[in-house]
Design a protein around this ligand. Structure first.
Ligand code: SAH
Ligand code: MG
Length: 218
């Protein structure tokens, strides 16, 4: 059998950052372990944005602004991206990066916990696409909370649904806390696949990407 990790590395090597700011962000993230989206995952998401002419995006989990900037590049100058982050230091970094590229008119960072009611989020709804890339333990609650902000045809993309491959090796995980978290992600994947109002596909890209489209009304 072909080594999946090897193949992923091979495929990701074809993807190059669009500018120096992004290149530096990739380097910084690698050095200090900031879990930005994997190259193939964000590249796929960019294609999805181009295919569907996505303009209004909501992101849960900004970190240093890497995926928000990448999505903005794919969606073009008319994009409106709202991105939620609760970590003050991350926000400061993201603000700087977004300013370097002069994207501050199209990317709005909302400071706070995505589980709370945050004012600007409802204002820009409905969104064409929602990216869930926050705390894994909260995926189900975040999904339930934010589905109301998309209409039929709208998409929800969830990152890290394979949890470094651990979801298909649950029994091999000895650490209790990790086991619990992986089980939660596995539960979420089942929950997601069972949502009647969505069509979902799980993609073996990066750390696993779930792409769900809200079905038209019957
Ligand atoms: N999307 C980013 C990476 C996000 S990493 C990129 O690819 O560039 C996950 C981020 O989500 C972290 O910065 C963490 O602080 C934030 N986060 C996790 N749970 C959150 C919550 N409930 N509300 C707001 N931010 C959250
Ligand atoms: Mg992620």
């Amino acid at each position: 059998m072909t080594d999946f990790q090897k193949l992923s590395t091979y495929a990701a090597a074809f993807i190059h950052p669009e500018n120096d700011v992004l290149a530096r962000m990739e380097e910084e993230a690698r050095q200090v372990y900031i879990p930005i989206m994997e190259k193939s995952s964000i590249a796929f998401l960019q294609q999805l944005i181009r295919w569907r002419n996505v303009k209004r995006i909501l992101e849960l989990g900004t970190a240093i602004g890497y995926s928000a900037i990448k999505m903005r590049i794919a969606a073009g100058p008319n994009a409106k991206i709202v991105t939620i982050e609760r970590d003050r230091e991350m926000i400061d970094e993201a603000v700087k990066n977004i300013q370097k590229l002069r994207f501050e008119d199209s990317i709005q960072i909302v400071s706070g916990d995505a589980m709370d009611e945050l004012e600007p989020v409802a204002e820009l709804a409905p969104y064409d696409l929602i990216l869930i890339d926050a705390a894994k333990a909260q995926y189900e609650r975040l999904f339930l909370k934010y589905t109301r902000y998309i209409e039929p045809g709208g998409m929800i993309v969830v990152d890290n649904v394979f949890f470094h491959g651990l979801v298909c090796n649950l029994d091999g995980i000895k650490k209790r806390q990790l086991h619990g978290l992986v089980r939660k992600v596995d539960h979420f994947n089942h929950f997601l696949s069972e949502r009647d109002e969505f069509d979902t596909v799980f993609l073996t890209v990066g750390d696993g990407l779930a792409v769900s489209t809200k079905k038209p009304l019957p």
